[in-house]
Design a protein around this ligand. Structure first.
Ligand code: CO
Length: 465
């Protein structure tokens, strides 16, 4: 068995899980070259939330961040997380947009693209895989891990085999809710290693306190790569910490051979930022400790806080327990989707509606209707006719690959945003985050010309060039 490889997540999931993805590129730059020399297999640094946050909160061009990191990280692979046909957004895009996005992501420096689908429907990964291969990056297929009466190790092994047949260069078990436990993971990794020849990577969260134990057992079972975060942005709802795992494996056959001095330097760099985030309240004790309830409710941490805020808006916080019981029922009705963006939002919102209105499916969101209709893809088990009638009514469900129903859209988006586009990448930014993109483009132009464009008459807007 070879040494285990480490993917460092501080620049993406680590900061996303603890400080709502508010780390700026300036916070990263001074330490990037040290990170490049630490011996990591890869640095995860881009994804839906980092992209969104750059535009929405940080007034940064996410593409510029990618180029900056690439400039400083010359040897270590750069990795991103992609939501399959949803790219970095919340809906399916046409195949031509998927192709162009992957083209630009790889062109600007991404080496590894970890692609997942909220329903684990491999058809939703097809277009991304094709593009990733075409532009020469590493196609990692992520299985959204979940626990349900219909999900077994065999389910995940079967899916892994299918993904390898589709061209996956490696498989990741993506445990976004922190549900994996050490001994279960040991058996799952063993089964995967027997079934497929590509490298197996484990991604978990330390929420329940099991994270580091889980990774250790995964490594013993033969996992090739594990995800960790440097200690100031590790543990709690983030990944297990990098340094203790590196120490635990020192001198064993799995030794990842990380440079401990460099790890110390990296931790020293991020520690003051952690302190600053605690002082400002951005980093809250709620996400820092051990929360064993995550195993009981089996919902991601972010989803719990969403439910609380939705109930608060309805003045129905007293119904929280009831909603928590309704979530698994809605999930069962929906064919047991893993709870990850966007299925977690769809199931959670419907559970709130069912409880607050006192009648199940009296009102349904349009997203739930689309899910039941098959427009997000195939669920783990088919949705019953009864639920279909109640939610959608008459009509036939969609059974083809959902993106086959979407006409090419890239040229239209190019036309719609022509006035703002300064680089090809802007078209993709606008496709995925139309509102945030325009706000960002405006601010970019303001900086260039020194005029507050909000003062300009919106109807007859004339832009100084
Ligand atoms: Co994660």
């Amino acid at each position: 068995m070879a040494k285990v490889k480490i993917t460092e997540t501080v620049l993406r999931d680590g900061q996303q899980s603890l400080i709502a993805t508010r780390m700026s590129t300036q916070d990263m730059i001074p330490i990037l070259e040290t990170m490049d020399q630490a011996g990591y297999h890869a640095i995860e640094m881009w994804g839906g939330a980092t992209f969104d946050s750059c535009l929405r909160f940080l007034d940064e061009d996410p593409w510029e961040r990618l180029r900056t990191i690439r400039k400083h990280v010359k040897n270590t692979k750069l990795q991103m997380l992609l939501r399959g046909q949803n790219l970095l957004g919340y809906k399916h895009y046409a195949d031509d947009v998927v192709d162009e996005f992957v083209n630009k992501a790889v062109g600007n420096g991404i080496d590894i693209i970890r692609t997942f689908d909220a329903l684990n429907d491999p058809r939703n990964l097809e277009a991304s895989f094709k593009a990733i291969k075409k532009y020469g990056a590493h196609a990692q297929a992520a299985i959204s891990y979940t626990v349900s009466p219909v999900h077994t190790d065999e389910t995940f092994v079967k899916l892994a085999k299918e993904m390898v047949q589709m061209g996956a260069d490696s498989i990741c078990i993506k445990d976004m809710s922190g549900l994996l436990n050490p001994y279960g993971t040991f058996l799952l990794v063993k089964a995967l290693k027997e079934a497929v020849r590509v490298p197996i990577e484990i991604h978990t969260h330390a929420t329940s306190g099991l994270g580091a134990m889980t990774l250790l057992k995964a490594i013993e079972a033969g996992a090739d790569i594990v995800d960790t975060a440097i200690s100031p942005f590790a543990e709690g709802t983030s990944q297990p910490a990098t340094e203790p795992l590196a120490f635990a494996l020192k001198g064993t056959k799995w030794d990842p051979k990380l440079d401990m001095d460099k790890l110390n330097e990296i931790a020293d760099h991020f520690r003051p930022l952690r302190e600053k985030c605690i002082e400002s309240g951005l980093l809250s004790t709620k996400v820092m400790g051990v929360d064993i309830n995550t195993l009981k409710y089996q919902v991601p941490g972010g989803m719990l806080s969403n439910l609380v805020s939705q109930l608060k808006q309805q003045n129905a916080l007293d119904k929280f327990e009831e909603v928590l019981k309704e979530v698994p029922r809605v999930r069962e009705d929906m064919g047991f989707p893993p709870l990850v963006t966007p299925s977690s939002q769809i199931v959670g919102t419907q559970a709130v509606l069912n409880v607050v209105l006192g009648e199940r499916y009296k009102m349904c969101t349009s997203e739930l209707k689309q899910l039941v209709k098959g427009m997000y893809g195939r669920t783990a088990v088919p949705i019953s006719e009864e639920i279909y009638k109640k939610v959608v009514g008459a009509g036939e469900p969609v059974t083809c690959r959902p993106a086959d129903l979407i006409d090419p859209e890239l040229e239209n988006i190019k036309k719609d945003y022509a006035e703002w586009v300064q680089q090809d990448e802007d078209v993709l930014t606008a496709a995925m985050f139309p509102k945030q993109a325009v706000d960002f483009f405006k601010s970019r132009r303001e900086k260039e010309c020194g005029i507050d464009l909000n003062l300009v008459d919106q109807e007859n807007m004339v832009y100084p060039v």
